[in-house]
Design a protein around this ligand. Structure first.
Ligand code: GCB
Length: 547
């Protein structure tokens, strides 16, 4: 749900910061601290904070003239655990780094002091889980802090609480809205000048057929669907498109769809878990240029800004939860399921009106070989379906034939590193094993197959003839062989190279297989192309004629 009409006070800018490595301090009334910038992770802003994997305190003094109505402190993403105090009074707490949340507050006229405590301590039952800052069950740096925008927002006493808008390629529009109390509700599809009066209600469903240009990667046409509830005005941008799953593959607006693109990360020098706007533009321009049409939000839901650009530039997105690296202990634990349901619900509700989001990925590489794992996946799927029945579901598997969670998926997704972690140095055998695995998975599950990860680390500037591991040549050659052989399988619905860009990793667990960064990017961390980038453009045109 978007709004440009509510009163807002942006809290981006320089704050004060105080590390609290043992997490024992109480600085809720104030402290001196050192300057820090918000939004961005704390780690790379100061070498002294790089390895801080526990608690940090933020402070900001600000002056406001608050308007009438309810006031909220909105975080678009901070964590892992965030607690806030305004003028010494506790506002509340939220768990989870990648979804938006808001805390009720009452700033006074004039000066106010906001203190935020962010606890990034990782545990076997956090999402994602781990045993320590450098000993995570996942392969990306455990950045902490207020990564995304934070602001005050005022809502009129009668206001919209939720808005869910979808439209299909035939122009069937569906709008579902809810407000905090009964009020006059008017819905308007602005570009068409169409208005519908819903009466005095506190929830409504509107279904209409309209004449529109469909949304697609080539023509990502967006319309504004505005809802007025009393004095409150909110809107969503709607793109009319139809996604279908058939046994042979995917369709977008009736046309065969082949997903070409990348697994990505939100990772950028100095900013940490935040890609600043100009870098997002560069990434998306580069992805267009190379012929990509899609990406997966590996391994957590991305920022509103990131996904707004996908809506605008016509990228198809597989939206992934932060449920990475789960195992038996998680599948057996009821209270973990509750947390998983919660984060999944927050993600779906936040992003379900986006035309770019065509599928949900509910987990990445779980150890899901048991009945408990299947039941867990099935419970999550039910939660998603109740909130949004329009999108297919998948999860990224590296258990292939043994994966029980795949049974509940609509599309099978596989992450494969034959020729890298196994069959190392042998691209011939590696590619053969990859094709064989995809064929077996297809035979067993009879569903379309997405290859959500494949790739090799390449240190930019390291070359060798013939191609050997860690060189740019080896990475390029592996990608070429995988894409050429897998593109010819009809039921393969897409290929996502791992990864778009090099990204930071923890020091532990994978030990000597990481050189500060995971180097499987086809561009460097500062977005300069490697050799593989140059060969991708031709490869991505292999399935020409499809979307
Ligand atoms: C995977 C993971 C991804 C890793 C990648 C790798 O299977 O899903 O998070 O970064 O492998 O490079 O090992």
């Amino acid at each position: 749900m978007r709004t440009d009409s509510r009163w807002r006070f942006d809290l981006s800018g320089f704050w004060r910061f105080r590390p609290d490595p043992k997490g024992e301090g109480d600085y809720s009334r104030g402290f001196e601290g050192e300057p820090i910038y918000v939004p961005a992770s704390w780690n790379e802003q100061n070498p002294a904070w790089d390895q801080l994997g526990t608690v940090g305190w933020y402070l900001r003094d600000f002056r406001v003239e608050p308007p009438q109505g309810d006031m909220w402190l909105v975080f678009e993403g901070a964590g892992y655990r965030t607690r806030a105090w305004l003028n010494g009074e506790e506002l509340g707490e939220h768990e989870g780094s990648f979804t938006k949340f808001r805390l009720k507050c009452s700033p006074r006229r004039g000066w106010n002091r906001l203190v935020v405590r962010v606890d990034n301590t990782i545990a076997p039952d956090s999402i994602p889980p781990g045993d320590g800052f450098n000993d995570t069950y996942f392969d990306f740096f455990h950045y902490g802090g207020i990564h995304r925008p934070v602001y005050l927002e005022a809502t009129p006493s009668v206001h919209a609480e939720d808005l869910f808008v979808t439209g299909d390629a035939d122009g069937n529009l569906r709008v579902e809205g809810r407000s905090n109390s009964e009020a006059e509700v008017v819905v308007e599809l602005r570009e068409l000048g169409k208005t519908w009066k819903m009466g005095v209600v506190d929830r409504f469903v509107l279904e209409q057929r309209v004449t529109v240009t469909p949304w697609s990667p080539e023509v990502p046409r967006l319309y504004s669907l505005e809802v007025r509830v009393g004095n409150d005005e909110v809107y969503e941008r709607v793109g009319f498109r139809t996604v279908e799953v058939e046994s042979e593959g995917l369709r977008l607006n009736g046309r065969k769809l082949f997903l070409k693109g990348f697994g990505r990360h939100e990772d950028f020098p100095t900013f940490g878990r935040r890609i600043p706007g100009p870098a997002l533009i560069r990434d998306f321009q580069m992805m267009k240029e190379v012929g990509a049409n899609s990406f997966r939000t590996s391994h957590y839901p991305y920022s509103d800004e990131h996904l707004d650009l996908a809506d605008e530039m016509g990228f198809l997105v597989i939206l992934e939860t932060p449920l990475v690296g789960l195992g038996e202990r998680h599948f057996r634990d009821r209270s973990f399921l509750e947390k998983a349901v919660n984060v999944t619900r927050e993600m779906v509700v936040q992003h379900r009106s986006r035309p770019s989001v065509i599928m949900y990925s509910l987990m990445n590489e779980p150890d899901s070989r048991t009945e408990e794992a299947r039941a867990f996946a099935s419970a999550l799927k039910d939660v998603v379906r109740a909130l949004d029945s329009t999108r297919p579901i998948t999860h990224a598997s590296n258990r292939f034939l043994e994966d029980r969670a795949t049974e509940v998926d609509d599309v099978v997704s596989v992450n494969m590193y034959f020729g890298w972690y196994t069959y190392s140095g042998d691209l011939e055998e590696g590619t053969r094993k990859a094709v064989e695995t995809v064929e077996e998975v297809r035979r067993k599950f009879g569903k379309p197959v997405l290859v959500t990860e494949f790739g090799a680390d390449a240190l930019s500037g390291v070359h060798w003839d013939p191609p050997v591991a860690w060189t740019e040549e080896y990475q390029a050659e592996m990608i070429r062989r995988y894409v050429e052989s897998l593109s010819s399988l009809e039921y393969v619905a897409g290929l996502h190279v791992w990864n778009f860009a090099d990204f930071r990793t923890p020091q532990g667990r994978r030990g000597p297989t990481r050189t500060v960064l995971n180097r499987k990017g086809v561009v460097t961390r500062d977005r300069q192309p490697k050799l593989a980038w140059k060969v991708l453009k031709d490869l991505f045109s292999l399935r020409g004629g499809e979307v």
